[in-house]
Each structure stands twice: as C-alpha cells, then as structure tokens.
Design a protein around this ligand. Structure first.
Ligand SMILES: NC(=O)c1ccc[n+]([C@@H]2O[C@H](COP(=O)([O-])OP(=O)(O)OC[C@H]3O[C@@H](n4cnc5c(N)ncnc54)[C@H](OP(=O)(O)O)[C@@H]3O)[C@@H](O)[C@H]2O)c1
Length: 247
C-alpha cells in the first residue's frame, strides 16, 4: 500500500466521485476524513464500506461555501489528527441555465461552493502541510472549465478558476514540498449527471471518442496517482480524464 500513515481529507466524500476517491485512498492505506454537507447517511455508508475493506475513516459535516464553518471544522480535525497530508477538494454543485435568465444567487452559490470553497479549505489545511513539509492537494475541476459549455457559465467559470488556483498554489507551495494538481473529469455517472435520460446520455456518449460515460472509480484512480509518490514530480497540472471528450 502506497499511502500508509497518510491522513486524507476528501470534501464531498459522501457520494459520487468523492466517495470513490475516499474508498480508493483508504484501500491504499490512508486514513480518510469524509466531508459532507447534508447527507449524513451516505457519508456513513462510505465510512462503512471503507471499514468493510479494512480501512479507517470518519465523517465530518461542514459547508465548504461557509468559510467560518469550514475553518472551525478543519481546526478541529487538525487538533484531533495532528496533520492532513492529502486534500481532495471535490465538493461541487451545478446550477445550470442560460445566462439571459440566470440568477445572481445561483452564480454566488456555484462560485462559493466550487471555487471559494476550494480556496477556503486549502487555506485552512496548508499551514499543517507547510509544517510537515509535505502534502498533495488535488482539486476537482471539469473538462468544461477548459472547453466552456452553453448553459453552464457559472460552473465553467468556477472550474476554469480552479485551474488558475491550482497553478498559483503550486507555485506558492512547491518550496515546501506541497504539490497541487487538478483533475478535469469529463462526463461521469453520478447523482450530478443521473437526471439526464437515456436518450441524452446516448447523445453525449456518441460525442465521446471512447463512446461511453466514465465511472467515478476511473476518476478515483487519478486521485490516488496524484496523491501518492508515483506522481512526485508533477505539480501545477490539470489531468484530463474524459474519454477524449475535450480533444
Ligand atoms: N459527475 C460529473 O460528470 C463531473 C464532471 C466533471 C467534474 N465533476 C466534479 O466532480 C466533483 C464531484 O461531483 P459528483 O458528480 O461526484 O457530484 P455529486 O454526486 O452530486 O456529489 C456531490 C458531493 O459534494 C458534496 N457537497 C455539495 N455541496 C457541498 C458543500 N457546500 N459543502 C460540502 N460538501 C458539499 C455532497 O455532499 P452531500 O452528500 O452531503 O450532499 C456530495 O458528497 C464536483 O466538484 C463536480 O463539479 C463532476
């Protein structure tokens, strides 16, 4: 196992990509703290699955869009665990709609969760990583942060912002041996995408060179790679995992 002795915090670890990442990190030996905002039952299910695989985890509720709540929760985690060596900033939401009719409240919610949340969580965690002179931070971006997408201006702006945040943090933190990278998933089967009907999913699959929607586990494998020493010379990068969709 490659992550024995490491402590990982996965935001939005109760469902979807975050859940798969938490389980995969735990399989590699990391102790995983699973953050969620509302779905305690799902967070517990993730912890139970990790325990069933012989791993160690706990669930912590906080809203990444609420900076004070985030800071207080991470202070408490660090008091208890002493360090966080892997941070996966995965919590995210979509609020889709054409710009003409888009509400500023939705803009704020999307930007505050996907982008400000990633900044606030990182800011609370990096002091401990700097002290340890070790860390890997992985932000969950999106292929549409690179390509743009009609009906997703706020989400795309947030995910494009994640790329700038990744590069800036990588430059600021490299001298302390903290690597910062992003993953840009394409279309992945989770609760976020399940509202599409089969016809819409088929239309999307037809546009993907690998001709299928991806799984959360396929993103989790990229998370493990970026978290562990197999990627020790990679920082400031956005790894696209999209079946070729963005080419
Ligand atoms: N699915 C895709 O096709 C796709 C593609 C590209 C990028 N992504 C990105 O991948 C990440 C995960 O997406 P997903 O598809 O796995 O989403 P999902 O299935 O909808 O799960 C979202 C997760 O984020 C948590 N969350 C939402 N708002 C939060 C907040 N304010 N504070 C803390 N946690 C919060 C949820 O917690 P609760 O369970 O408590 O609600 C849940 O664990 C997101 O950043 C998303 O933008 C997804």
């Amino acid at each position: 196992m490659t992550l024995e002795g490491e402590i990982a915090l996965v935001t939005g670890g109760s469902r979807g990509i975050g859940r798969a990442a938490a389980i995969a990190l735990a399989k590699e030996g990391a102790e995983v703290i699973i953050n969620y905002v509302s779905n305690e039952e799902k967070a517990k299910e993730t912890c139970n699955e990790i325990a069933a695989n012989g791993g160690k985890s706990s669930a912590v509720k906080f809203d990444v869009a609420n900076t004070e709540e985030t800071q207080a929760a991470i202070t408490a985690i660090l008091k208890d665990k002493k360090k966080i060596s892997i941070l996966v900033n995965n919590a995210g939401i979509t609020r889709d709609g054409l710009m003409m009719r888009y509400s500023i409240d939705d803009w704020d919610q999307v930007l505050n969760t996907n982008l400000r949340g990633a900044f606030a969580v990182s800011q609370s965690v990096i002091r401990s990583m700097m002290k340890e002179r070790k860390g890997s931070i992985i932000h969950m971006g999106s292929i549409v942060g690179l390509t743009g997408n009609a009906g997703q201006a706020a989400y795309c702006a947030a995910k494009a912002g994640i790329i700038g945040l990744t590069k800036s943090m990588a430059k600021e933190l490299a001298s302390r041996n903290i690597r910062v990278n992003a993953i840009a998933p394409g279309f992945i089967e989770t609760d976020m995408t399940h509202k599409l009907n089969d016809e819409q999913k088929k239309a999307i699959s037809d546009l993907i060179p690998l001709k299928r929607i991806g799984s959360a586990d396929e993103i989790a494998q990229a998370v493990v790679f970026l978290a562990c020493q197999n990627s020790s010379y990679i920082t400031g990068q956005t790894i696209v995992v999209d079946g070729g969709m963005g080419m």
